[in-house]
Every structure is written in C-alpha cells, then in structure tokens.
Design a protein around this ligand. Structure first.
Ligand SMILES: [Zn+2]
Length: 157
C-alpha cells in the first residue's frame, strides 16, 4: 500500500470516529423522576407534552423563527437533540428537523389518530417530543415535528 493511500484511509477512519463521537450518546445516565418531581421543574404545558404526549398549538412556538446557529436541547434534561443545521421550515407550524443527533431519541408507534404514527422521546429522560414522518427533505426525507415549548435553544458562536 502506498503511503498516501494509507494516510487517506487513516484520515477517513479518524473523521468517521470523530464524527461518531460527537453525535453518539454513549455516555449518559437516564433520568427517572416521578410525576410530582417533573411538575416541580416543568411548566404545566411542558408537563402535558413531555409526560402525557400532548401537542402544542401550531405556529405558537417562537422557535419557528429561530435561525441562529446552535443546539436544540430537551428542556427537561438538557440532552442535545438537534443542531440548527438539521432544521428547516416545513410550513406545518412546528419546529421541524430532517435529522437528529444520533442516539438522542427513541421511537415507538402510536395509534392516537386513525393511522399509525411514529412518536419519539428524549433518550435521556423519556420525555415525549413529537412525531417523525417520512415527508421531509433530502438527504434523510424525514420530518421530526417537534413541540417547540419542550425545546431549549442553546446558541453557538
Ligand atoms: Zn430529555
């Protein structure tokens, strides 16, 4: 193998694992609290969404108009769920993302409406955040439709 090829492979290896590290949720402790404890740290609206799978009114979140660079974190536990580069305007009235930080959420199918939907929750605290649909833009074609009131925007310089 030529030295240059070897270096190329090495760089790819480092880039891959460097990226993986920044995106993976490998070292975290799950947060478990009783409802009464959650009620002490969440607003009633946040509690209704995170712990009772509620939905905020469309076009109600100021985060629809947030375009700065930064991270969108779970308001209950501060876990990083989305980066601003993953956000797009879906026109639905809820903050929308075509991707999420790898390993930051868990999904399950719910049947609250007539058709099955994929609900997702924060991996750390288990709080409900929204639903993911298959009508998003490239490259993932996913639309993570998130309740803005349960996200905390942390701007980056
Ligand atoms: Zn959380």
């Amino acid at each position: 193998m030529k030295k240059r090829d070897f270096l190329k492979i090495l760089f790819k290896f480092v880039a891959f694992f460097g990226l993986e590290k920044s995106f993976a949720f490998s070292n975290f402790e799950k947060v478990f609290k009783q409802d009464d404890d959650w009620k002490r740290i969440l607003t009633p609206e946040q509690f209704q969404i995170l712990r009772r799978e509620g939905t905020e009114k469309p076009f109600s979140s100021p985060l629809n108009n947030e375009f700065r660079r930064g991270n969108y974190c779970c308001v209950a536990c501060n876990a990083k769920l989305f980066h601003s580069s993953m956000k797009y305007d879906s026109g639905t009235g809820w903050p929308s993302f075509f991707d999420c930080y790898k390993g930051s959420i868990i999904t399950k199918v719910d049947y609250k409406l007539l058709y099955p939907r994929t609900e997702y929750s924060c991996i750390v605290c288990g709080g409900h955040h929204g639903h993911v649909f298959n009508d998003g833009p490239k490259p993932t074609f996913k639309r993570y439709c998130n309740n803005g009131i349960v996200l905390k925007f942390m701007p980056l310089n």
